[in-house]
Ligand binder design. Structure first.
Ligand SMILES: [Zn+2]
Length: 258
């Protein structure tokens, strides 16, 4: 905390006051939430993992349907990283906030289950999660773990136990709609919140990037914690530029102390 610039420390204190007063808070989390846990943001440049293939193309529904082995070859290093990843201080701080009797919704763009691993309960996974796989032919749904372990370790592509078709991770690929229920829940939470905190999202991917606007339109306060500017910085009550793993725990600690 003391290592942060004075302006950021002031903003953190103000953010903590707003969080303390909030009755219905929503935390909107994106890729930046998980980069301190070692999961690269494949949309940002310079992350070597993704330079071999164009994710927009290979991580798409059409590639999955026509060449699932190509999709799975691309997906394997990411799945391995997600498997090994541990929640960071920002995930743990939000879980602590909930545990200490400050309920809120976490609406996340991340598929890595790190909020769940940290112990948070009220999570809306807007882009799905790697926790389950579904059969694209017979719609059987299975726990991912028994399939993803042999996949990550030996490259064995997950097949449906019922009909032997290739199983698809329950995550949103490019070209797919958001899961209906999650998207509905997220919109409802954002329209009824009195505080929204954006954490680790540059608000560049629609339709999720429009959620804070829905909250603002209904008079909610807006806090933004991100390592780069967003289109809504001008509308925010406080903007804290930096690492979520430094800033979120500081906000939560002050909110719990206050
Ligand atoms: Zn099947």
């Amino acid at each position: 905390m003391n290592s942060l610039p004075a302006a950021v420390r002031d903003a953190i204190q103000f953010a903590a006051e707003l969080l303390t007063k909030a009755e219905h808070a929503v935390i909107l989390t994106g890729a930046g939430m998980s980069t301190p846990s070692g999961i690269p943001d494949f949309r940002s440049e310079g992350t070597g993992l993704w330079s071999h293939d164009e994710p927009l193309q290979v991580a798409s529904l059409s590639t999955f349907r026509t060449a699932p082995e190509k999709f799975y070859a691309w997906f394997r290093p990411l799945a391995a990283q997600i498997f090994d990843a541990k929640p960071n201080q920002a995930h743990l701080a939000l879980a602590r906030l909930e545990e200490k009797g400050r309920p809120h919704w976490i609406a996340t763009q991340n598929i890595d289950m790190l909020h769940k691993k940290a112990g948070s309960k009220n999570i809306i996974e807007m882009h799905g999660s790697l926790g389950t796989l579904s059969c694209t032919r017979c719609f059987q749904k299975v726990d991912a773990l028994p399939y993803l372990k042999p996949f990550v370790e030996e490259g064995i592509i997950p097949l449906c136990p019922e009909c032997n078709a290739v199983l698809k991770p329950d995550v949103i690929l490019f070209g797919e709609q958001l899961p209906q229920k999650a998207w509905f829940d997220a919109q409802r939470a954002c329209r009824s919140c009195d505080l929204m905190m954006v954490a680790g999202s540059s608000l560049e991917v629609l339709p999720v990037a429009g959620l804070p606007m829905q909250a603002l339109d209904r008079g909610a306060h807006l806090l933004i914690v991100n390592n780069s500017p967003t289109y809504l910085d001008v509308r925010a009550d406080a903007v804290m530029q930096g690492d979520v793993a430094d800033i979120i725990p500081a906000i939560v600690q002050q909110a719990l102390d206050g």
